[in-house]
Design a protein around this ligand. Structure first.
Ligand code: CUA
Length: 428
């Protein structure tokens, strides 16, 4: 059994040294204080001859026991602050990966659109390359913890948090959710896989995902929602609103205060535009997009606004050409569209297609089968049943499962609902 997890990141040694320092200091004082107490308790027990001498103060002793612990605590404090700075120091050439947590799985989204998710999802990263994770949650508080990297970050719905590390060792390392988030919290696991740079490139390009990349989706939303009418992508071009060029990391002046532009700034500006009017621009011009974008869309738009300059150029070329056709959902069959929704709406995290039991029942051979519920009743899984299960999932829980699924009421159009049902029907 290992007492200390693998040391596999650049900060691991320093982290462990500080940790050991705190531990040894605590151990020393615990033993010194409690030891003296116990020893005195015996030595000066009531009824014994020995009595404590009467001491009315000892300046030397008092100075020592005040100054020494103060110095120790200050040193540990400085080391701790320095370590924290190191832990969250984001390198400019970092590989950015979005991390989304929900009950009860992690999803990892790469810049080219590749995604891994579900039970024991793999977070694959290149050896020796700094990684920046943007962590968020779709439902409740989770916490993303990679012991071998010595990093941890809360996943908070409606907020982006950052995490950064540089792996120094090839191998597989466990990832945990370390904030109690419900009945299957302990199964909310993932695996960090550190591979050589070359292998990573091959992995990233392999199995082209059916997903669209965040840059692509963001670019599409940028035009579809009409952001382009007011926000240019060109350097210094001033339309109704500020240009998105060079936005990332820049400092804006808002109501006399300096604010640095990051993912949270952009997100809030989209949702509450009138609280973020930059000096020199007009207020009450931009409409709020609160409630008009899905979480995925908002993430993608934020990503695009900040990263379009660094986006792989072939991604942006694709935007204008072939993928535009691919995105033309009308040309796909309902089953194909349903498959995209199955992945995008995160059904994939809980419902398998191969008959294996995850958090929820597999979709394989689901349609037309007899379902038995916890209350003893049963029903045939027809279209009506599937529809009701998606919209009101907790009404009838199938025997052997727990009420865990969020309702999709109001989150799917009638057509999307129909597409998902067709997709489920096709799983034989
Ligand atoms: Cu997610 Cu605990």
């Amino acid at each position: 059994m290992k007492i200390v997890p693998d040391k596999a990141s650049t900060i691991a040694n320093f982290f462990d040294a500080v940790n050991l320092g705190v531990f040894l200091a605590s151990l020393f004082f615990t033993v010194a204080i409690c030891g003296t107490m116990v020893w005195f308790a015996f030595k000066y027990k009531a009824g014994r001859q020995t009595q404590t001498p009467r001491i009315y103060g000892n300046n030397t002793l008092e100075i020592i026991w005040t100054v020494v612990p103060t110095v120790v605590v200050i040193i540990l404090g400085i080391l701790g602050v320095y370590l924290r700075e190191k832990m969250f120091e984001i390198q400019p050439n970092s590989l950015t990966i979005n991390v989304v947590g929900w009950k009860w799985a992690w999803e990892f989204q790469y810049p080219n659109g590749k995604k891994t998710s579900g039970q024991n999802a793999e977070l694959v990263v290149p050896l020796g390359h700094p990684v920046k994770l943007i962590v968020t949650s779709r439902d409740v508080l989770h916490s993303f913890f990679i012991p071998a990297m010595r990093v941890k970050q809360d996943a908070v719905p409606g907020q982006y948090k950052y995490l950064t590390f540089t792996p120094t060792k090839v191998g597989e390392f466990p990832v945990f959710c370390t904030e109690y988030c419900g009945t299957r919290h302990s199964l909310m696991l993932a695996r960090l896989k550190v591979v050589p740079e070359q292998e990573f490139k091959v992995w990233l390009e392999s199995k082209p995902s059916t997903q669209v990349s965040p840059v692509f989706l963001g670019r599409k939303l940028y035009s579809d929602l009409g952001c382009n009418a007011c926000h240019s992508l060109k350097e210094g071009e001033r339309l109704v609103g500020p240009s998105f060029y060079g936005l990332k990391g820049s400092v804006r002046e808002i109501k006399g205060q300096k604010v640095e532009v990051d993912e949270n700034y952009v997100r809030e500006s989209i949702l509450y535009p009138n609280q973020f009017v930059v000096e020199g621009f007009q207020a009450n011009v931009m409409p709020s997009y609160l409630g008009r974008l899905s979480d995925e869309e908002l993430d993608a738009l934020v990503y695009f606004v900040l990263n379009f300059l660094e986006a792989p150029s072939e991604e942006l070329v694709k935007v204008s050409l072939e993928q535009e056709e691919k995105m033309d959902l009308a040309s796909l069959s309902p089953v194909e569209r349903g498959k995209i929704l199955y992945e995008q709406k995160a059904c994939i995290g809980c419902h398998s297609l191969d008959g294996s039991k995850l958090v929820g029942p597999s979709f394989k051979n689901l349609y037309g089968s007899q379902r038995k519920f916890q209350d003893g009743t049963s029903a045939i899984a027809d279209e009506e049943y599937l529809k009701a299960s998606i919209l009101y999932p907790n009404k009838n829980i199938v025997e052997g499962y727990v009420a865990a699924m969020p309702s999709y009421e109001g989150q799917l159009s009638d057509e999307e609902l129909n597409d998902i049902i067709e997709f489920i029907k096709a799983q034989k």
